[in-house]
Design a binder for this molecule. Structure first.
Ligand code: F6P
Length: 319
C-alpha cells in the first residue's frame, strides 16, 4: 500500500493527536504517502484532504483535541454518502485508512470496508465502551481529570458539610464513573449498567453523616436514569444535608493526554499503519492485558462489552 489516509471522528479524546502523529510518522518512515482527512467523515465527503509531512505533526503529542478536527457526520450515514466518500478516496488514490474514533466511527469504517477500502480502526473515545479492547485512548486522561475535580469538590463539600453529586460522561457505559469513583473514594457510584437504588444512595449518605463524615461524594454517569438535579433534591430531603450537583461536561474531553494515553495512542496507531503496510484486511487495533492486538473489524464490533462488576463490588466494599 502506497497511499494511506488518517482521520479522527466522533467525540474527540485526549491522545487523538498522539495517534495522528504516530500514523503519519510510521507511514512516512515506511515510504508511504500519508494524507490527513479533516473533520472526520464530513471532511472526507467535502474532499478536505491534505498531504502530511513529518513536521505536520510536530508539537502535537502533548495537546488534547485533534489537529485534524472531528465531526459527527449525518451525510456519511447514507449509502449515497458512503459511495461519494469512496469516490473521493479513489480520486486521491488512497487505498487504506486509519480511523481514530469510537464505536460509531469504527462502524463507519466497516461501511467503507464493504465498499473496498481497507480500514484499520484505532479506539479513540473517553467512554471506554468498545468491547474488543481493555482501554480506549482518552479514557485514562478523562478519569484523571474527574479525579482532580473530585479532590477539589471534596474540599469545599467538607468545608460546607454538603453532599456533592458529580455527573460524568458516559451514556451507555459507566466506566468513567466506575474508575474515577473507585479511585476517588466516592461514597456512591451510579452507572447505567446497574439499576439506581435511591434508597441505598440515601442510606449510604446518612450512614456517612452519622459516622461523622463532613461530606459525601456521589459519582453518577450521565446515562443513569435520573437527573442529577432530581437526585440532589431527593437526597437533600431524605438526609437533611444540603446537596449540590456538578456537571463537568466537556472539561472531561479536553486537556493534555496522560502518559498512558499518549503511549497507547502511539503504539496502537503504529500497529494500524504496519497492518496497512502488510496489506492485511480491515482490522480493529486494541489492547488486551499488556498486549497490542488486532481483530477482524466486523468481529471486533460485534463483541459484547462486559461490565466490570469486580471493580464495582470493590468500590461498594470500600465506600
Ligand atoms: O462519546 C464521547 C462523549 O463525550 C460521551 O461521553 C458523551 O455522551 C457524548 O460524547 C457527547 O457528545 P456530543 O459532544 O456530540 O454532545
Amino acid at each position: 500500500m502506497k497511499r494511506i489516509g488518517v482521520l479522527t471522528s466522533g467525540g474527540d479524546s485526549p491522545g487523538m493527536n498522539a495517534a495522528v502523529r504516530a500514523a503519519v510518522r510510521t507511514g512516512l518512515s515506511m515510504g508511504m504517502e500519508v494524507f490527513g482527512i479533516e473533520r472526520g467523515y464530513e471532511g472526507l465527503l467535502d474532499g478536505e484532504i491534505e498531504k502530511m509531512e513529518w513536521h505536520s505533526v510536530g508539537d502535537i503529542l502533548q495537546r488534547g483535541g485533534t489537529i485534524l478536527r472531528t465531526a459527527r457526520s449525518e451525510r456519511f450515514r447514507t449509502g449515497e454518502g458512503q459511495r461519494h466518500a469512496v469516490g473521493i478516496l479513489e480520486t486521491f488514490g488512497i487505498e487504506g485508512l486509519v480511523i481514530i474514533g469510537g464505536d460509531g466511527s469504527l462502524h463507519g469504517g466497516l461501511e467503507l470496508d464493504s465498499r473496498g477500502i481497507t480500514v484499520m480502526g484505532v479506539p479513540g473515545t473517553i467512554d471506554n465502551d468498545l468491547a474488543y479492547t481493555d482501554y480506549t485512548i482518552g479514557f485514562d486522561t478523562a478519569v484523571n481529570t474527574v479525579l482532580s475535580m473530585i479532590s477539589n469538590l471534596r474540599d469545599t463539600a467538607s468545608a460546607h458539610e454538603r453532599t456533592t453529586i458529580v455527573e460524568v460522561m458516559g451514556r451507555h457505559c459507566g466506566d468513567i464513573a466506575l474508575y474515577a469513583g473507585l479511585a476517588g473514594g466516592a461514597d456512591v457510584i451510579l452507572v447505567p449498567e446497574v439499576e439506581p437504588d435511591i434508597n441505598m444512595v440515601c442510606r449510604r449518605v446518612l450512614r456517612g453523616q452519622q459516622s461523622g463524615k463532613l461530606h459525601s461524594i456521589i459519582v453518577k454517569a450521565e446515562g443513569v436514569d435520573i437527573s442529577s438535579a432530581e437526585l440532589a433534591t431527593i437526597v437533600e430531603e431524605r438526609t437533611g444535608r444540603e446537596t449540590r450537583s456538578v456537571v463537568p461536561g466537556y472539561i472531561q474531553r479536553g486537556g493534555t493526554p496522560s502518559g498512558r494515553d499518549r503511549l497507547l495512542a502511539s503504539v496502537m496507531s503504529a500497529k494500524a499503519v504496519q497492518l496497512l503496510y502488510d496489506d492485511e484486511p480491515s482490522k480493529a487495533v486494541g489492547i488486551n492485558g499488556s498486549e497490542i492486538v488486532a481483530y477482524d473489524l466486523a468481529e471486533a464490533l460485534k463483541m459484547k462489552r462486559e461490565f466490570r462488576k469486580d471493580l464495582y463490588d470493590i468500590a461498594e466494599t470500600l465506600a
